[in-house]
Design a protein around this ligand. Sequence first.
Ligand code: AMP
Length: 414
Amino acid sequence: MASGKLQAPRGTFDVLPADGRRRDRLRALADDLLGRAGYGPFESPVFEDTDLFARGVGVSTDIVQKEMFTFEDKGGRSLTLRPEGTAGACRAYVEHGMHKQPQPVKLRYWGPFFRHEAPQAGRYRQFAQIGAEALGSDDPSLDAESILLLDGLLERSGVQRRLRLSSLGNADTRVAYGERLRAHLREREAELSAEVRGRIDANPLRAFDSDHEGTRAVMEQAPRLIDRLDPDDAEHFAEVRALLDDAGVAYELDPTLVRGLDYYTRTVFEFESSSLGAQSGVGGGGRYDGLVEQLGGPPTPGVGWAAGVERILLAGSTAPARESPVFVAIAGEEHRRAAFAIAREIREAGLAAQVEQAGRSMKGQLKHAGRMEASAVVIVGHGIEVKDMSTGEQVSVADAREAVAVVAGESAAR
Ligand code: AMP
């Protein structure tokens, strides 16, 4: 093997602590927002049987056709690094008989996902998503709640955004509409891009996503699914919109919105941020009332979304989680053990504390404490001094216990 420089693989990245603190903050925010709406923590494996995604995401989608990291394990089974989270959540719902629990079952997750795409700003081969899925009810308030939760998360993360919203109706409507759309595409086949032409049979809806000029002209005159919804679906969509209107959330009705996954029915939505450039999608989702059944479970409606962690942080202004520790400085080699013990006691009192561990001079230690934005410095020598870093005031204390009490009091007073 050549002895080249080792680097993280193409399209991946390391999270260093400065960035990690912003991710921590975002995660805490998401857990809080979703937790308060009844979404319980959920994790599933990062790899699954390839078949789950072929059946769940759809064989004609870009994800399944081009973007999956698929490999064989030692037993010859085909496995795939998960490209999205909904299929795994539905698999788990069926596998654990969650339909027997009170419905809806609400799940939230955070974790890595993998897609073999051409890397660029905001587009990676391993990225993190925050997701929320609600299974077991087709109540339109769940659609609205789901959208509002993502809107709230983006709002509190400082992301400027617009919301595109549509309805795809039910599976029958989509089949009938697919036929009409195919007829329209075949009539004007010569004007379409080769890619769209090649997919007329498999996935005509994706023609709406095309950037090709000729295709776009054809699509402008295409029949629109939203004009052909069954009365039930139209009513469901009207209810979702009424609830969003009540909440004062602005959205654009966009009948060309087709998400890149096959499983959607009824409500679909996507949040975009203009501050992201070409990769403008920050998060999106919709209803998938046929998916659980397609994966071998009982007929079960569901609705959910996923949002890109890196894109939220790129587009927004999430502040890093701050620690403001107490720094314990050592004034002389013989005080190391006493200083170490004081740092431990401060942590036991529930505060953050760090002790000098790099042999710096006192001047160097105070500079170091300033750089880490320490709230206070405890200087351990023949006596113990506590310096409040915001006021610069320094007091002598009698012993370690009093030092802990003083820094704890200071942090409580702030
Ligand atoms: P999707 O499942 O394609 O709707 O993706 C949901 C969200 O995940 C998108 O809105 C993005 O924020 C994020 N996302 C999807 N693919 C990538 C990628 N390759 N790199 C970074 N983020 C991504």
